[in-house]
Design a protein around this ligand. Structure first.
Ligand code: GLU
Length: 615
């Protein structure tokens, strides 16, 4: 039925016109906006109303008003949640290019209303077959590279997975084609969008890295500086790349000319002879080959599953640790009555459950963790074993050691290793359609700006996802599950999560933010389900993130809360990063009403909208 709706006019006019192919990097760049043969006008049919929206007929929440608008327009024209999610993701590749795009990867979680089942796609970037365990160790010194040295290199670029994720999602569950889904983004790339302070700021904070590469500085530092806030930013090379993919399919990317350009960029980074700013490190090439791109696959693992307050919580399995770590923390928290404890005690439970779950993910979760071992982290018995280490009288002496999944352990916490990474990259989107299908999708190029190399003539940045591997072993005498390896996927923290109530969607939520993604999603669930906040309040509330480190990262406003002093008296020590996680989510209210919520302040605020504000 849905397909016939599409035949009657899905993505007409503005969208469909965008797929005519132009010669890369030539005529299109000079064509005046609005009159090009190849770019449809950006969609204007549905205007998202701000960070929160309530209504009917479908909803979209992203970090960006243009992407949300594109997703809503696809829904309004009869597309389903997968069509809208892919169109919005492709648009984010234009408007949020420092956090996402076809140079990166991600994890896609889908609720199918017809079968009432949850499915996932693992589009994680993958190491080339030539990568070995010492890829991030300097062979002349025997020392691991500094993080930025590893990041801004060809070594860090994994085989990108986003484009094949989009194709796979559309093939499995979509009702339109990849060509349809790319069309609005082509229009946005061709005609441009307004530069906001977040976009300009992300360039400024990367200016030294970007200025090392001829391609990156030409696009993002056109006169030696970021484009002015309020100016219109166009990326005609990316429009042409999308057009080529729309015409020739994903083959153009994984086996065709784009694959060749990616590999050339990795092996021969386009170094500027006269970089305007110094860079402290040698910029090393990588070893990715076209055969690595040709061999790339999107995996379709079963979601992780736990129950919490009678709801079924589905998340992402390996190589993400998102589903297992949020799931284990919820299994620990089940052993407490957070709603009726003092807020200080409940926050202590939340922070300690998170530290314990991180200890277990660091020890047990990596790409090759057998599913039986992952599932052993997600039993009520294991949650109970770990819960006995939660100390309500004193802050846990993090870092603590791992538990014994499937076995028994005493209540004395052992010492462990910390994970104190705290990035702010990545982007997240949530979509629901009129049929009740839901997409929760987190996508990334790892750091803001990825590995800083724009593929020349193609308009997209490469990821540095392989720096998510541990550069050297972290688990003492025990094996480290997250060391580099040939064809291996680095462990992720991305946590797209869908909650069902008796088989029907209750809530979908996800966030950016590196390892803080896990704690952001967990805290939103605790805020919503235990503390009774609305979804927008749960997203907006100041965050506290404990990732098995001696200090707990908190946002500045958290320090003004009554709990901060009480928790400090229990022994908590605070770190204060600028902000943690610009999340999005949708809650499914009674009477088919949808509550879409994006971040109201963080990362310049997000954008939520519904197809029909009233029934
Ligand atoms: N690379 C991170 C991960 O997969 C996401 C990037 C970020 O949000 O910093 O967990």
């Amino acid at each position: 039925m849905r397909r016939s709706v599409l035949r009657r006019g899905y993505l007409l006019a503005a969208f469909a016109a965008a797929t005519a192919l132009a010669v890369p990097g030539t005529a299109m760049a000079a064509t005046p906006a609005g009159h090009s043969p190849g770019g449809g006008a950006p969609p204007t049919g549905v205007t998202p109303s701000g960070a929160t929206a309530v209504g009917f007929g479908g909803a979209v929440a992203t970090v960006d008003p243009t992407a949300t608008s594109v997703g809503l327009e696809v829904l309004r024209r009869g597309g389903n949640a997968v069509d809208a999610a892919v169109a919005a993701a492709a648009t984010l590749g234009v408007t949020e290019p420092f956090s996402s795009g076809i140079g990166g990867g991600g994890f896609f979680v889908y609720y199918d209303a017809r079968t009432r089942s949850v499915h996932t796609l693992d589009g994680r970037e993958t190491a080339p077959v030539s990568m070995d365990q010492n890829a991030f160790v300097n062979s002349s010194t025997g020392q691991p590279y500094a993080f930025q040295e590893g990041r801004v290199s060809g070594i860090s670029a994994g085989i990108p997975g986003s484009l094949l994720t989009w194709q796979t999602a559309l093939h499995n569950w979509g009702s339109g084609s990849l060509r349809d889904a790319l069309a609005p983004a082509i229009g946005v790339a061709q005609h441009g969008f307004p530069v906001d302070a977040t976009f300009a700021g992300q360039i400024s904070s990367n200016a030294a890295a970007f200025s090392q590469f001829t391609s990156t500085r030409a696009l993002y530092l056109p006169n030696g500086a970021p484009p002015a806030v309020g100016s219109t930013f166009r990326n005609p090379d990316l429009a042409n790349t999308y057009r080529l993919i729309a015409r020739d399919g994903v083959r153009a990317f994984y086996r065709g000319p784009i694959a060749g350009d990616i590999v050339h960029t990795v092996q021969h980074p386009p170094l500027a002879a006269d970089p305007a700013m110094p860079w402290a490190y040698q910029i090393r090439p990588g070893t990715m080959r076209t055969s690595d791109l040709a061999a790339y696959t999107v995996r379709q693992p079963a979601p992780t599953h736990v129950t919490y307050h009678g709801l079924d919580v589905y998340g992402m399995a390996t190589p993400s640790s998102g589903g297992s770590t949020t799931g284990e923390a919820l299994d620990i928290l089940k052993n407490f009555d957070l709603a009726h404890e003092s807020r200080t005690t409940a926050m202590n439970d939340y922070l300690e459950a998170s530290a314990l779950a991180f200890a277990d993910r660091n020890r047990f979760v990596g790409d090759y963790t057998p599913r039986s071992e992952l599932n052993a982290l997600l039993t009520n018995d294991f949650g109970k074993q770990r819960a006995c280490q939660v100390n309500q009288a004193h802050a846990l002496a993090a870092p603590v050691g791992p538990g014994v999944p499937g076995g028994s352990a005493g209540c004395t916490a052992s010492a462990g290793t910390a994970d104190d990474s705290n990035e702010q990259s990545t982007t997240n989107l949530t979509v629901a359609d009129r049929w009740g299908n839901v997409v929760e999708y987190t996508l990334t190029i790892e750091q803001i700006g990825g590995n800083a190399m724009l593929v020349p003539g193609r308009g997209f940045l490469l990821n540095n996802e392989l720096t998510d591997f541990n550069f050297t072993p972290t688990q003492g005498s025990a094996p480290d599950p997250n060391l580099p390896g040939p064809g291996k996927r680095p462990r992720s923290s991305m946590s797209p999560t869908i909650l069902l109530d008796h088989g029907r969607p209750f809530l979908a939520v996800g966030s950016p933010g590196g390892a803080t993604i896990i704690t952001t999603v967990l805290q939103i669930l605790v805020n919503r389900l235990d503390f009774g906040m609305s979804l927008p309040d749960a997203i907006a509330a100041p965050r506290a993130s404990q990732r098995n480190s001696a200090t707990t990262d908190v946002e500045q406003p958290f320090l003004d809360s009554p709990q901060a002093g009480a928790l400090a008296a229990l022994g908590y020590k605070w770190g204060t990063p600028a902000e943690i996680g610009a999340a999005t989510g949708i809650e499914f209210l009674s009477g088919n009403r949808l509550l879409a919520a994006a971040e109201p302040v963080r990362r310049g605020s997000g954008s939520a909208g519904v197809v029909h504000p009233t029934r």
